[in-house]
Design a protein around this ligand. Structure first.
Ligand code: BG6
Length: 290
């Protein structure tokens, strides 16, 4: 189901037979909504979100590509999230792991002439977004080098989870990992043994995590499960009170209801030779918890 938003940009609505849904905008290839069969929204959107290109909407799952943050000469988090993607009518089949019983959309981003001026690497970025029969959300990204020289990129699926209260959640699966702390000059530290809880601003890249990370929300009795492949790193971000006030499209109190936990490849950029393709997978699901 494709419909235009008020700026004339196409949005795709995915539904499964039980009534779960996901909404994807061609602006950025960004997932804007993911709902359970009961209609509960699982992704956060800012109360001050601006739904107007070229800037990415504050919420959902913007894609950071080909650069993460300010780690390069490109605009913050790269340009992919600010571009208009196309629907890919004839996507090549996946080499493995076809998903059964799903509702999917295939998107494609190719660099424009202007993009090639700032990042001179021809690529095809295919993004398959699927809602499964169980209501899981799967994002499969395939990036191909169609140039005659190698290039390297970083990528992150900047997932804004909707949570009851930042003080009530914890993240499991990052214990004892090394991380780069953006709040301390990107220096490297080692996480101590316990699950991560939150009482102040956090902006970290956890390195080489296992492919399973969980966000537990005690109050909502819900656990988000993040399964990933090809995405070794995990970004954890919450701006907290002070930083929130400097972000124009984020409400002052919004930070309490959001936590970004991204599957990513940042510390070791991915290099593709001419003709080579990289695949990354992110699968989000929820479990009831006590
Ligand atoms: C995080 C970065 O992942 O994204 C932060 O590490 C940044 O430094 C945040 O503030 C949000 O970025 P943006 O560009 O969407 O405001």
């Amino acid at each position: 189901e494709v419909a235009k938003d008020k700026n004339g940009v196409d949005q795709v609505l995915l539904r499964n037979s039980r009534g779960a849904s996901a909404r994807v905008s061609l602006h950025g290839g960004q997932v804007l909504s993911w709902k359970t069969e009961k209609g509960e929204e699982l992704l956060f959107t800012s109360t001050k979100a601006v739904f107007k290109p070229p800037k990415a909407v504050r919420g959902g799952i913007p894609i950071c590509f080909p650069q993460f943050g300010a780690r390069g000469n490109l605009e913050q988090h790269g340009f992919a999230r600010n571009r208009i993607w196309k629907i890919d009518d004839n996507p090549p089949p996946l080499t493995r792991g076809e998903i059964k019983d799903k509702s999917c959309i295939d998107l494609l981003l190719k660099p424009s002439e202007d993009d090639l001026k700032i990042w001179p690497h021809s690529f095809e970025f295919r993004l398959k977004i699927c809602l499964t029969a169980d209501g899981n959300l799967t994002l499969i990204s395939r990036i191909r080098n169609i140039n005659c020289k190698p290039f390297s990129f970083s990528i992150a699926f900047h997932t804004y989870f909707s949570i009851s209260d930042i003080s009530e959640v914890r993240v499991e699966g990052l214990e004892i990992l090394d991380y780069l702390d953006n709040l301390r000059d990107k220096q490297r530290f080692t996480e101590q043994g316990d699950a991560l809880t939150f009482e102040s601003e956090i902006d970290r890249v956890y390195l080489s995590s296992s492919d399973l990370v969980a966000v537990l929300d005690h109050e909502r009795k819900r656990t988000f499960v993040i399964r990933k492949e090809g995405l070794p790193d995990v970004v954890v971000w919450n701006p907290w009170e002070k930083k929130s006030k400097s972000i124009v499209d984020l409400g002052d109190e919004d930070y309490k209801q959001m936590l970004c936990v991204d599957g990513a490849a940042i510390e070791k950029p991915i290099t593709l030779k001419p003709g080579e393709e990289w695949t990354g997978r992110l699968e989000l699901s929820i479990l009831p918890s006590s």
